[in-house]
Design a protein around this ligand. Structure first.
Ligand SMILES: Cc1ncc(COP(=O)(O)O)c(C=O)c1O
Length: 399
């Protein structure tokens, strides 16, 4: 398979991990030699219930037996999408009651930015340095990492950048600003949480100048931080909430949610202000609905905080300088890129999946399924500590 993979499936890096998958179940992924790998990454936070959760698989199978794609987004009443958006509304504040379902996170970001421009009649967008919101042109325009977007310029005009958590920069938000877009917890930057009431202050400034606040919850959303949405930790309700990844329960999805009043603006002037063929796909919506029910109707969210504590208690080592993040959105920070790379690659050989973060080369991602057991956490952390011991010994010997 590998030559075909490298030659015919377009690649994103010269060094893909290139593990050939046979199947996956619960917290484990199996390669074609049937070697199990304990999954501490969960498809980069996209599999909150692990792999092939029985309720998700059942919901998908049931829907496959009824109908697949029947019509472009929004025309017909399709039960899975209606039930999903209704259940989401039940778990969201009264100002976030209408959800537009998309095919991916980046596409939801595009929709959110368009809605902010259409609502305010303004064009200026304020985003954060080191932010990641996706890879299409609009989302890339609000990515705070010049090196990765230079080659694709010109991008959207009228985008300004501020430093996340820097209150002094908030006076850049003015009556010219259509929206401020932030990740509730910065992901690619290294799992950076908002500090000292930062989001509340952003919210206040937006209200003062009539700008909309978009919060990107594509990573922290759906229970990963111990609450259904990250913003629930910070006393700040966005005007537009963007979600994706974990919502799909392992299927491709994105969504942006706003008030019915705002969302209605996309129907008119111009009409068909945001359209998609496959958004709200019935099989994917059925998977998302089963996932949302499982997360909200079980004890998974309170358990996330206990599991975070277990990780923090176990992961103590001279080569771990810090553990960032909240809930099961954790990043181990090591002293160097080299330690991080070695740790991730050697853990994979030892049967544990870890991964990098986009813009912080010293960080190691730990975002396991929310369903991971305490025994599995202990097993994975033992592997991490053993590999770190090896790296520590060889580092000391080479001194
Ligand atoms: C915070 C954040 N926003 C947006 C996206 C883009 O989502 P997608 O890859 O589904 O387009 C991601 C994906 O990693 C993300 O982490």
């Amino acid at each position: 398979m590998k030559p075909h993979f490298l030659n015919h499936q377009a690649q994103t890096t010269p060094h893909p991990l290139a593990m050939e998958i046979s199947h996956a179940e619960g917290s484990y992924i199996y390669d074609i030699n049937n070697k199990p790998y304990l999954d501490f990454v969960a498809g980069v936070s996209a599999c909150p219930l692990g792999h092939r959760h029985p309720k998700v698989v059942e919901a998908i199978k049931k829907q496959v037996d009824k109908y697949l794609h029947v019509m472009v987004y929004g025309e017909y009443i399709q039960k899975p999408a209606v039930e999903l958006t209704t259940l989401l509304a039940k778990h969201l504040p009264s100002s976030l009651q209408s959800t537009y379902l998309t095919n991916s996170g980046t596409e939801a970001i595009e929709g959110a930015l368009k809605l902010a421009k259409r609502t305010t009649g303004r064009s200026e967008i304020i985003a954060a340095n080191k932010a990641y919101h996706g890879n299409t042109m609009g989302a890339m325009s609000v990515m705070g990492f010049e090196e990765r977007k230079q080659a694709f310029r010109p991008l959207l005009p009228d985008v300004k950048f501020i430093d996340f958590n820097n209150e002094d920069h908030l006076n850049n938000i003015t009556n010219k600003t259509a929206c401020v877009i932030l990740e509730t917890i910065q992901g690619g930057a290294g799992f950076i949480e908002p500090k000292n009431g930062y989001l509340e202050k952003v919210r206040k400034q937006c209200d003062l100048v009539g700008a909309l606040l978009i919060l990107d919850e594509i990573q922290p959303g759906f229970g990963r931080t111990g609450k259904l949405f990250g913003f629930q930790h910070y006393n700040c309700i966005p005007d537009i909430l963007v979600t994706g990844k974990g919502l799909g329960g392992g299927m491709p999805i994105g969504a942006f949610t706003a008030s019915l009043e705002l969302m209605t603006l996309l129907q008119d002037n111009p009409k068909l202000g945001h359209i998609t063929t496959f958004g709200g796909h019935p099989v994917i919506a059925a998977s998302a609905l089963a996932t949302l029910k499982e997360i909200t109707e079980t004890n998974l969210m309170p358990e996330v905080i206990e599991k975070e504590q277990l990780f923090r208690t176990l992961l103590v080592h001279p080569l771990i300088t810090e553990i960032r993040g909240i809930g099961l959105m954790l990043a181990i920070i090591t002293p160097s890129d080299e330690v991080t790379n070695n740790l991730i690659l050697k853990c994979q050989d030892a049967g544990l999946i870890l991964f990098w973060l986009l813009f912080e080369a010293k960080a190691v991602r730990i975002s396991p399924p929310l369903t991971i057991s305490n025994e599995e956490i202990e097993k994975g952390c033992t592997i991490i500590l053993e590999i770190l011991d090896q790296l520590h010994t060889s580092k000391n010997q080479s001194k």
